[in-house]
Write a protein that binds this ligand. Structure first.
Ligand SMILES: [Zn+2]
Length: 325
């Protein structure tokens, strides 16, 4: 683990290296950005670099400190993560108790709190005192989707670093060269995961993702072509995949979005399901208004499911909206 393994985020890495170089490292950072985008990778690489005995701008990967860091047994480093979706206040209290013990091996002590928004307000308030007056050797790195997930007094104590989606091209190249994906598959995954490298890798390694997409596209195609029974015959598939409903609705959403692009400008680099152009072409008899209605319905369905509306009914209503009237 080091900066060279990270895809994208060059400006952020440069900024952090600059801070190391000028010895202007902040006591507390807040790394914000969407899920699996690379925040934790950057935080870990930064921490490892700061602890490395060589004191360079990249960890040396050879010294005692680097080796211990990679084995997650560096005495001056701590990673706190949620357990069962929550970071308990006791965890924070434990950490606060330990901060006055000077570092054992390095000049610094570093703590990363991943998903720090999963601390309740009491936990955040407890942490705040430490952020106000940290010992000179202490560096705290908080990770969250958005700064506003944390109380304002924490935000104002931290140097905030915002992560943006990684360019699709970079993710595509990574998937082709390291994850054995074809260009078309890589392109689909890169766009589908909206600049999140972690998600892209996860989908690349998931055996049934493309199979699932095929199944969904088959269901859509049958419904659009007037197979009225398909709606009810396919409900088992949606029930079986209830846990990944967001992914499934995204697949459907991107499909109809592609259909609009195909109708408006034809075969184009903007199409994500590039390997399915002939299927898009077969469905291009649908008119734009109808497709827009379907898209609205998909978005509505996602909101309904989030609000705990009956899942099966919500899905059935969405599939019904795809039928030609
Ligand atoms: Zn080292």
């Amino acid at each position: 683990m080091d900066f060279t393994k990270i895809i994208g985020h060059e400006k952020i890495i440069e900024k952090l290296k600059n801070a190391i170089d000028k010895d202007e490292i902040s006591h507390s950072y807040l790394l914000e950005g969407s899920e699996s985008i690379g925040k934790k990778m950057v935080a870990l690489s930064f921490a490892k670099t700061l602890l490395c005995k060589e004191g360079g701008l990249e960890p040396c990967n050879r010294c005692n400190s680097c080796l211990k860091f990679d084995n997650f047994n560096h005495p001056d480093f701590q990673l706190i993560e949620p357990e069962k979706d929550i970071i308990k206040k006791e965890k924070i209290d434990e950490f606060i108790k330990s901060i006055n013990i000077a570092p054992l091996e390095s000049k610094r002590k570093i703590i990363i709190i991943d998903d720090s928004h999963k601390m309740r307000v009491e936990g955040q308030n407890a942490l705040l005192k430490t952020l106000e007056e940290p010992p000179a050797y202490m560096n705290i790195i908080l990770i969250a989707p958005n700064r506003n997930n944390l109380i304002p007094t924490i935000q104002s104590r931290c140097q905030i670093i915002t992560f943006y989606p990684v360019e699709s091209k970079k993710i595509e190249n990574l998937l082709v060269s390291n994850y054995d994906k074809t260009k078309e598959e890589a392109k689909f995954i890169a766009h589908f995961t909206k600049g999140s490298v972690g998600r892209a890798i996860y989908i690349s390694q998931s055996e049934d993702f493309f199979q699932k997409r095929d199944e969904i596209l088959n269901i859509i195609d049958s419904i659009i072509n007037g197979d009225k029974l398909k709606i009810f015959n396919s409900i088992d598939f949606f029930i079986k995949n209830k846990d990944s409903y967001e992914e499934i609705l995204d697949i459907i959403l991107y499909w109809f979005r592609d259909l609009i692009i195909y109708k408006e400008i034809g075969e184009s680099g903007l199409i994500i399901n590039m390997d399915k152009v002939s299927l898009l072409s077969n469905q291009s008899f649908l008119n734009i208004d109808k497709i827009n209605d379907i898209i609205e319905k998909i978005i509505e369905t996602r909101e309904s499911i989030e609000r705990n509306v009956n899942y099966q009914l919500a899905i059935e209503a969405m599939l019904l909206s795809m039928q030609e009237v």
